[in-house]
Design a protein around this ligand. Structure first.
Ligand code: ADP
Length: 190
């Protein structure tokens, strides 16, 4: 794997200032949630740092990256450009940063939509992205409180908000977020 200085320089060169700061914020909060839940802080921090590294690439590049990211990406995903940077960032993580840790890679892969039966690391990176300090929307304070009490409750709140947001805008909704939500409803005590 390349050094953190290389990753930092890459992010500065490939992301807007705002998204670069967002990435640093997600890294910090992911590490803090990981510490709380006793999972590997440095992996959570790394996944948070790189989660959006492909976000400003063209649709054509993202399609190519997603097809070669090493995780399944279904056909429907290519109709929703907003979600392609999940797999796209995995491609850059592997091919440019030399990251091969599956926990880190899968947290980046599913950070936009979530998925059925998420690992704790995947949950941490997803929710860190959702609540990092520069995010502002109704209900965020509730999610910020819940994260340290019961991460599944925080995730359910976030999935419901995302699903409602997309439905309100008549957008195409990828089923992974619905699957993530339904899995929590069926398998956890909420
Ligand atoms: N299941 C889904 N189906 C369609 N669009 C989705 C789904 N989940 C998330 N999105 C969209 O993907 C985008 C994610 O952007 P954002 O929250 O800024 O993530 P990031 O910090 O990873 O860039 C949002 O526009 C959101 O509405």
């Amino acid at each position: 794997m390349v050094g953190l200085n290389f990753i930092d320089k890459y992010l500065k060169e490939h992301l807007s200032k705002k998204r670069y700061i967002h990435s640093l914020n997600v890294a910090d909060i992911a590490a803090s949630i990981a510490e709380h839940y006793d999972v590997d802080e440095s992996k959570a921090r790394l996944a948070g740092l790189i989660h959006d590294c492909s976000k400003e690439e063209s649709y054509e590049d993202l399609v190519n990256y997603a097809q070669n990211c090493g995780f399944p990406v279904d056909e429907e995903s290519y109709n929703i450009p907003e979600i392609l940077h999940g797999p796209g960032s995995v491609y850059i993580a592997r091919s440019i940063f030399g990251i091969d840790d599956v926990e880190v890679l899968s947290s980046v892969r599913y950070h936009v939509t979530g998925k059925e039966n998420m690992t704790l690391m995947e949950k941490i990176v997803f929710i860190a992205d959702y609540i990092e300090p520069s995010r502002k929307f109704d209900g965020i304070d509730n999610i910020r409180d819940l994260v340290y009490q019961d991460i599944d409750k925080a995730l359910l709140f976030a999935f419901d908000l995302t699903i409602k947001y997309i439905i309100d805008r008549k957008g195409l909704l990828h089923h992974d977020t619905v699957d993530a939500r339904n899995f929590l409803i069926k398998n956890t005590t909420l």
